[in-house]
Ligand binder design. Structure first.
Ligand code: LLP
Length: 432
């Protein structure tokens, strides 16, 4: 979180005062620091330098066009999982031949969109999906560049809801079924089998599971290549963890050494799909304290941000650090508080019994490390408007997603004629 620092007693994003931003943009809002995104990308690119590697940013972590464009300008490719993400990646200037289309349930329309755009590859996760892709490609007179996503049955040692590499997970093709699936892929007229892919989970803080997965994947690649299957691409997925609560994220050099070890001697271009690592610590969610409420047993800070703005604590019991935007007085004593949103669910809780320096109603708080899986997972629950997003670069800032106005919100829900004032009610049709 080095992009966010105190200057003159107030938290800044690079050279921009978050207090001033809150005045102009209103709260809650997300703020991203370009420099932090660039540093993370460059660190990864440097660690992998010398390898035939392509870093395909996983848009699901943060699909804001300006964020994606920031990465596109550094040379990043994209990992997309929907036609929407494909369109954002292309609009951000990522060349189609650097785009990987992942996901366990692509529709035929999405396959056609990827084929029309001319993407690098589809990561296919099942036999029926492979057959559908072949049909769609054939109908367009094309062959779909395809990698098979392998399920290596490795425990990623991360939260169960973001673990994807075990046999019981819905993802990938089991190792035991791979040889048959390869044969099928080679026989289908619309498939050009070009690679293998793996992704075992997200927020990995230990390299051991990567080692196990990469070993299985590279052994399989070597074996198939030896059998004459013309593979040329190996996709090692994403999942690199970041520090939320003082965890030690995997050392990039050690990660790259692991990659080098397992890719050594393989005739393969390498693809990586990092999401969180590139943007997670580049963002904060700024909220205002509405009320300080003293309950019978606890003290609550009621914020104007809620679980609809940031669902990770409710959904994964995720930890996010909190920083007062006004620097705490020297020697301020921290007291435990529950930090909650205004939504009528107990799950609308960001933190329980979190030690914080004294905070008053009206104060601003930064919810840290929310650049990944923050805004993208937000909703309009309780008819709340989506929080705006601001991108900062040095002393500059720009609103890169505006807060919708209420008129737009209502205009999006037209009434049927029979519910409009002054309309005659149509007869109810019964079932004969
Ligand atoms: N590739 C594939 C095939 C994926 O499924 C994912 C994430 C990634 C790459 C990027 O993973 P990353 O580098 O960001 O860990 N909403 C959850 C995280 C869900 C991750 C889903 N897949 C959270 O807030 O923690």
């Amino acid at each position: 979180m080095t992009a966010f620092h105190y200057r003159d007693g107030a938290l800044h994003a690079e050279g921009v005062s978050l207090t001033a931003l809150a005045e102009t943009v209103g709260t809650p809002f997300y703020c991203y620091a370009s420099g932090a995104i660039e540093d993370a990308y460059n660190a990864m690119a440097n660690a992998l330098s010398g390898l035939p590697a392509m870093i395909c940013y996983a848009l699901k972590a943060n699909g804001n066009l300006a964020v994606v464009r920031t990465l596109a300008k550094l040379g990043a490719g994209a990992d997309v999982v929907s036609e929407g993400e494909l369109r954002v990646a292309l609009a951000a200037g990522i060349p189609a031949d650097k785009i990987v289309f992942a996901g366990v349930g692509k529709t035929r329309e999405e396959m056609a969109a990827g084929l029309r755009a001319g993407i690098l590859q589809f990561n296919v996760e099942s036999v029926p999906e492979l057959e559908a892709l072949s049909e769609v490609a054939t109908s367009m007179g094309l062959r779909a560049p395809t990698a098979l996503r392998v399920n290596p049955d490795v425990d990623a040692l991360t939260h169960a809801k973001i673990s994807t590499g075990r046999a019981e997970n819905k993802f990938g093709i089991d190792l035991g079924h791979i040889q048959d699936t390869v044969k099928l892929a080679l026989s289908l007229p619309g498939i050009s089998l070009e690679g293998l892919a793996v992704h075992i989970g997200s927020q990995l803080t230990d390299l051991t599971p990567y080692g196990a997965a990469f070993e299985r994947l590279s052994a399989l690649y070597r074996d198939l290549h030896g059998q004459g299957v013309p593979l040329r691409r190996l996709d090692f997925g994403g999942g690199l963890g970041i520090s939320y609560d003082g965890e030690t994220p995997p050392d990039l050099a050690a990660y790259a050494a692991l990659v080098r070890k397992h890719a050594a001697g393989l005739p393969a271009e390498l693809v990586f799909e990092p999401g969180r690592f590139l943007v997670g610590n580049a963002g904060v969610l700024i909220a205002r304290v509405l009320y300080v409420k003293q309950g019978a047993a606890r003290r609550f800070l009621v914020l104007d941000a809620a679980m609809n703005d940031l669902i990770r604590p409710s959904m994964y019991d995720a930890y996010h650090a909190f920083k007062p935007v006004r620097a705490p007085a020297a020697g301020a004593v921290e007291m435990p508080v529950d930090i909650v949103g205004p939504i009528c669910e107990s799950a609308d809780t960001f933190a329980k019994q979190r030690p914080l320096p004294p905070v008053e109603a009206g104060d601003l708080l930064a919810i840290c490390s929310t650049g990944a899986y923050g805004a993208v997972m937000s909703s309009t629950y309780n008819c709340r408007r989506l929080a705006p997003e601001v991108l900062v670069r040095g002393e500059d800032h720009a609103i890169v997603r505006a807060r919708p106005d209420y008129a737009a919100m209502l205009a999006g829900s037209p009434l049927p004629d029979w519910l409009k004032d002054g309309q005659v009610q149509p007869a109810k049709r019964g079932v004969a």
